[in-house]
Design a protein around this ligand. Structure first.
Ligand SMILES: [Zn+2]
Length: 259
């Protein structure tokens, strides 16, 4: 395992779903042991992270950048440990609501490996965070794997499961293209973005044509992987997530970081 960055700068622009404005990002290569840094001084670290509504943000002083999770998941999934990200606007572009456009972007820029090895986090004992009936449990293991369950009894999404090793091929093939979903009351602008539509009977906004039968639970795993990018270490653990959310994911990585 080696630390990685991208080979050359690359740009991307798109609609921002939270503020309804166009947003632009530029990714640039960064030296070993830099980590991921937004706008020169906002480090992608657990201590700088916050959850607002249904998205993950990063802050430094009064500066905030929203909706970083799908870009960070792409970085973690592809093993990118070092990256400078410049953002014009307050949020990362929505793209198609998944990590796939960012995976393609990083692959277009090319991936450069360094001699330096990434930091690793191994667990000595099980850890758990929970709220009501939702929980995330991690057991010591030599690799990272996630078993995730969701259950939305009121909607057609219903109960779903996905579980496998989290490595680069699985991330790209099984998780990266899984798109977000949500309740209309939380995600008003999502309704304007094709190809999403409102299932009005449930107030849910879901993709019109699913990429996977269990796309929703795959997206839950993708979001959790996005939070792992804030650890600055490659996590080895066997994880069981039941009805996880950004808030619970955030509490989970805070606990991991404190170990
Ligand atoms: Zn998401």
């Amino acid at each position: 395992m080696q630390q990685k960055t991208i080979k050359r700068p690359i740009r991307y622009r798109g609609f921002g779903i939270l503020f309804g404005k166009e947003s632009r990002i530029t990714l640039r290569p960064a030296p070993p042991d830099t980590g991921i840094i937004f706008n020169e001084n906002i480090k992608a670290k657990v201590k700088n992270a916050f959850v607002r509504g249904l998205v993950l943000g990063l802050r430094s002083g009064k500066t905030k950048i929203y909706f970083v999770e799908h870009l960070l998941a792409a970085c973690y999934g592809l093993g990118i440990n070092n990256l400078f990200i410049e953002v014009s606007g307050k949020e990362i572009p929505f793209a198609d609501g998944s990590s796939l456009p960012f995976v393609r972007l990083i692959n277009r820029a090319g991936i450069r490996s360094y001699q330096a090895r990434p930091k690793i986090q191994n667990l000595k004992t099980p850890i758990i965070v929970s709220k009501n009936d939702s929980f995330i449990l991690a057991l010591p293991a030599k690799t990272l794997s996630i078993d995730c369950f969701v259950d939305f009894p009121q909607s057609r999404t219903g109960a779903q499961f996905w579980g496998d090793l989290i490595n680069q091929p699985n991330f790209v093939k099984e998780l990266a293209s899984a798109r977000t979903f949500g309740y209309y009351r939380n995600y008003r602008l999502l309704a304007k973005v094709l190809p999403f539509e409102i299932k009005s009977e449930e107030g849910m906004i879901v993709p019109k044509i699913l990429r996977y039968r269990n796309e929703a639970v795959r997206h839950k795993v993708l979001d959790l992987v996005g939070h792992f990018a804030l650890l600055g270490r490659n996590l080895n653990a066997k994880i069981f997530a039941y009805k996880s959310s950004h808030k619970l994911n955030h509490r989970f990585v805070r606990k991991l970081e404190a170990l």
